[in-house]
Design a protein around this ligand. Structure first.
Ligand code: SF4
Length: 291
């Protein structure tokens, strides 16, 4: 039984989920409505054990389990290791515990903590970096800096933990996209993620960003600008054979492939999409249903 709405990365759709925290400890990003009404708390171990017991009756095999909600890495390392031990008790075949995580939570973990997590089987941390621009990250109240993001992601690399970079196109607003793309590519190039996921900013009721848009404090980028931003991002990522997914439900033209091997093909796909939809219709911003 889960509290609130459960969000998972699209590639983890078939992965067994285990709720170990409710909500997000930070819960202050200006664009985010995911856990607005949900006070953050850790799920009691007894409840996690009950959930695992129940799941065992449902799943004949689970070699990979995804922890939810927003930032399970906010739990102390001892607690995470306890969760791993309990998971292994019910699912001895489980090899990997994957999770969302924040740069803030990583900064609270020592190198020894990260080594212990890696040795236990924690891997594939989905980290919302969103942008490589210090100004933009500050404006959306992400609660981190780009310098911190670079440092913490490289600490994961040193610990042997793979991470997936989640970025958000359009997050800088009007006229900021191309520069933002270059800075984001720079951050990505210097942190070697296992995968890159690009979604597009949406403005949802109840968020600070929604208020800012209403007050004229934030001007949204047009769809065309967002697509040009995505192209600039793809052009500037110089990693080899790293999957790039621009297929999130919020994206206007889905593209995916390996950078840099498939970069030209992805750029052509976006250009063909722009031609098909017409630049005129892309001069506005589409409404988006969810993050
Ligand atoms: S975007 Fe992530 S870190 Fe920010 S409030 Fe939402 S869940 Fe928390």
């Amino acid at each position: 039984m889960y509290h609130g709405t459960t969000y998972t990365p699209p590639v983890e759709t078939d992965t067994m989920l285990l709720q170990v925290t409710v909500g997000c400890k930070h819960n202050k990003c200006s664009y985010c409505n995911m856990y607005k009404e949900l006070p953050y708390c850790a799920v009691e171990m007894e409840r996690i054990a009950q959930e695992l017991q129940y799941s065992r009756s449902m799943y004949s095999k689970a070699e990979r389990i995804f922890l939810v909600d927003g930032d399970p890495l906010s739990l102390p390392t001892d607690r995470l290791l306890e969760i791993w031990a309990l998971t292994h008790h019910y699912f001895p075949e489980c090899k990997t515990l994957s999770t969302y995580g924040s740069v803030r939570s990583l900064a609270e973990k020592s190198d020894e903590d990260l080594s212990l997590l890696e040795a236990a089987g924690f891997n594939d941390f989905y980290i919302g970096i969103e942008s490589g621009s210090e100004d933009i990250i500050k404006n959306v109240n992400k609660g981190i800096t780009v310098i911190q993001a670079r440092e913490q992601l490289n600490r994961l690399n040193s610990a042997g933990i793979d991470h997936i970079s989640l970025i958000m196109l359009g997050i800088g607003g009007k006229d900021k996209g191309v520069n933002n793309a270059r800075m984001t590519a720079e951050l990505i190039n210097s942190t070697s993620p296992k995968m890159i996921w690009a979604s597009t900013l949406g403005v949802f009721e109840g968020t600070q960003l929604h208020d800012d848009v209403e007050k004229g404090l934030f001007n949204q980028a047009s769809e065309l600008e967002v697509l040009e931003e995505e192209k600039e991002l793809i052009r500037n990522i110089n990693l080899q054979n790293v999957p790039f997914y621009g297929t999130h439900i919020t994206n206007t033209i889905p593209v995916s492939g390996l950078v840099t091997r498939d970069s030209n093909r992805m750029l052509e796909t976006i250009d063909m999409g722009i031609d098909y939809l017409g630049e005129k219709s892309l001069q506005r911003t589409f409404d988006r249903a969810s993050l």
